[in-house]
Ligand binder design. Structure first.
Ligand SMILES: [Zn+2]
Length: 380
């Protein structure tokens, strides 16, 4: 099948592969355990490869017989679950590919896939970035003091993959370039030295990202960014790249009205399978490094969830004009919305905006709960 058609088919038929038992961001180890242990199609070889600091089992799922080795790991940050869900959709795809059987078979014939979903189950339990030792696993790639980091590096070395997919979530307030468009997905091929050398293996990850960007632009035009490639000596991507694995970081970001990131999950599903298809027929090598460099850099904190523009705010018997920026904050069990900025937000954008043209509102301060304002101005 022509490659763009494959991506379109994945996008169109996604619901038939979606793992329906996972449907929100606060998934736990207990949610994925049965989805691993009860897989008995024979497509996957499943092994427990170790335990988290608090003793939760971490699994490796292996599929395919090809000579190109690809390793994918998700959720080393406990509150970044979007790709974990997409990996379970991808498992369903390989077990029941339906009309895309030829493409699934091609991938499994040319590649051997190694999946490690939810590398940080203790962090997932608390819906926090760090593990149970309060170590950021992604800054522990050299010392390897956390069992999760030790495990990831051990299997990197055992498998020695040609390609590595390092799967994360990012804040939803990144824009793609200096624009109003959210960075719904962001990519990076990490550097392995301060000089940001581009060797053959790093070049391949640039080409592959350019290939994914190309096809994803059809679904989310202008909503793809890339991270700065400043070398981070203690991070995993950088060190895995250094060992000769072409490393691709994918960050799931924001999309309007997608608080649980289920649309972004679907885009992960398409992006990753499309990348695996491109790897298995080697057609990404037509891309140039400049195609990668054309992807705009992410701009941090450019976006808000909501902006109320031109409000007249009463304070101390005076009134002043200001824009009000509202962002969500994730607690362990829910998201809350708070006022994060008061002032001139003419250089910022939001998923939802309203201009109230100087109308007076209630007195507000930074940190206030914003639920009342959202109900008043955005929920009709
Ligand atoms: Zn992360």
């Amino acid at each position: 099948m022509q490659k763009k058609m494959f991506a379109n088919q994945l996008y169109k038929t996604y619901e038939t592969y979606k793992e329906q038992k996972l449907s929100h961001r606060r998934i736990k180890h207990n949610d994925i355990l049965p989805l691993i242990k009860n897989r008995n199609s024979g497509v996957f070889e499943i092994s427990e490869i170790g335990k988290s600091f608090e003793g939760r089992e971490i699994y490796l799922l292996k599929a395919g017989t090809g000579k190109i080795k690809v390793m994918l790991w998700s959720q080393m940050h406990g509150d970044e679950p979007t790709a974990t869900q997409a990996l379970f959709d991808i498992f369903n795809f390989f077990e029941h590919p339906g009309d895309l059987k030829d493409e699934a078979e091609l991938i499994l014939k040319n590649c051997t896939l190694y999946f490690i979903p939810m590398l940080n189950p203790d962090g997932a339990k608390r819906f926090q970035r760090r593990n149970a030792q309060d170590i950021d696993i992604n800054r522990d790639a050299l010392r390897l003091e956390s069992p999760e980091a030790k495990l990831l590096m051990k299997y990197r070395d055992v498998v020695n993959p040609d390609f590595g997919f390092n799967l994360h979530d990012q804040d939803v307030w990144y824009s793609a370039g200096n624009t109003k468009h959210p960075a719904t997905l962001s990519f990076l091929t990490p550097a392995f030295d301060n000089e940001k050398t581009i060797n053959e293996s790093r070049k391949k990850s640039m080409q592959l990202i350019a290939e994914m960007n190309d096809v994803l632009q059809n679904f989310i035009p202008n909503q793809i960014g890339r991270y700065s490639d400043d070398f981070m000596p203690t991070a995993f991507g950088d060190n895995i790249q250094k060992k000769g694995t072409s490393t691709i970081l994918i960050e799931s970001g924001g999309f309007a009205d997608d608080q649980e990131r289920q649309i972004v999950r679907k885009l992960n599903f398409v992006a990753i399978l499309y990348a695996l298809y491109s790897i298995s027929n080697n057609n990404f090598v037509i891309k140039e490094i400049t195609d990668y460099e054309k992807i705009p850099f992410n701009k941090k904190n450019k976006l808000f969830d909501y902006i109320i523009r031109n409000a007249a705010i009463p304070n101390n018997n005076m009134k002043y004009k200001a824009d009000i920026g509202i962002r969500s904050r994730s607690l362990h069990d829910k998201d809350i919305f708070e006022i994060e900025e008061i002032g001139d937000l003419s250089q910022n954008y939001a998923y939802f905006e309203i201009d109230i043209n100087g109308a007076e509102i209630i007195s507000v301060n930074i940190g206030n709960d914003a639920e009342f304002l959202i109900q008043t101005y955005f929920v009709s």
